[in-house]
Design a protein around this ligand. Structure first.
Ligand SMILES: Cc1cc2nc3c(=O)[nH]c(=O)nc-3n(C[C@H](O)[C@H](O)[C@H](O)COP(=O)(O)O)c2cc1C
Length: 195
């Protein structure tokens, strides 16, 4: 089965990265619905290392403000929700629950720090991408951002949990008046190799 044209437009062709959002709020139920979808995206050994902090109050946003680059400050303060897409470097502690058919899975990572770090970041980043696409599938819009001080975000929100920040995503219902024109993408022949 293939999605119809309207669904492909919603997910990709008409979907944009947004700088401005309408005043429409995003309910906590919608955030739960979002997580129920994105958690089903694949990760290696189902390790699911991403963690998500949904900042949806002025108080939480103010705690984030000092870490934001100047270009990202105003729009992030105004967005209905800002997600800190983080990851748990000790994700492997949950493998007995997440990958029950192989009791050895945890030891693949406890015996190899480099593999654990690469796995956490690779899969945590993928899950951030799933969040963007799941949001679009629910009719939401996103504005992903890496322009911020990771160390400050970690100290303010994450260190006591043992988690680390990856990137941020503003979330809401987009106001197209804040958008730049779509930038070109690479053609198939510039990005792809058929072997
Ligand atoms: C991981 C990531 C980090 C980004 N960081 C920023 C950022 O710090 N500030 C910003 O204004 N846009 C940021 N963007 C938005 C990109 O510039 C935008 O997604 C890209 O130009 C494509 O735009 P389009 O989705 O509207 O086609 C980021 C996007 C991604 C995926």
């Amino acid at each position: 089965m293939k999605l119809d044209a309207a669904a492909l437009d919603l997910l990709f062709r008409q979907a944009r990265s947004h700088n401005k959002f309408t005043d429409a709020s995003v309910s906590d139920d919608t955030l739960r619905e979002l997580h129920d979808l994105l958690k089903l995206g694949p990760t290696s050994a189902n390790c699911s290392p991403a963690r998500y902090l949904f900042l949806r109050t002025p108080e939480a946003k103010q705690r984030l403000a000092p870490a934001l680059s100047s270009g990202n400050l105003e729009k992030t303060m105004a967005a209905p929700v800002t997600v800190i897409v983080a990851y748990d470097p000790s994700f492997y502690e949950k493998l007995p629950q997440l990958f029950p058919h192989n009791p050895d899975a945890r030891s693949w990572f406890t015996s190899n720090d480099s593999l654990a770090a690469t796995t956490a970041f690779r899969n945590g980043t993928l899950q951030g991408g799933y969040l963007v696409l799941a949001a679009r599938a629910l009719g939401l819009d996103t504005g992903p951002m890496s322009g911020f001080d990771n160390t400050k975000v970690d100290e303010e929100f994450l260190s006591w949990r043992g988690w680390r920040s990856n990137f941020l995503v503003n979330l809401g219902y987009g106001d197209p008046s804040g958008m730049f024109p779509r930038s070109p993408r690479l053609d198939f022949d510039d990005a792809c190799v058929l072997l």
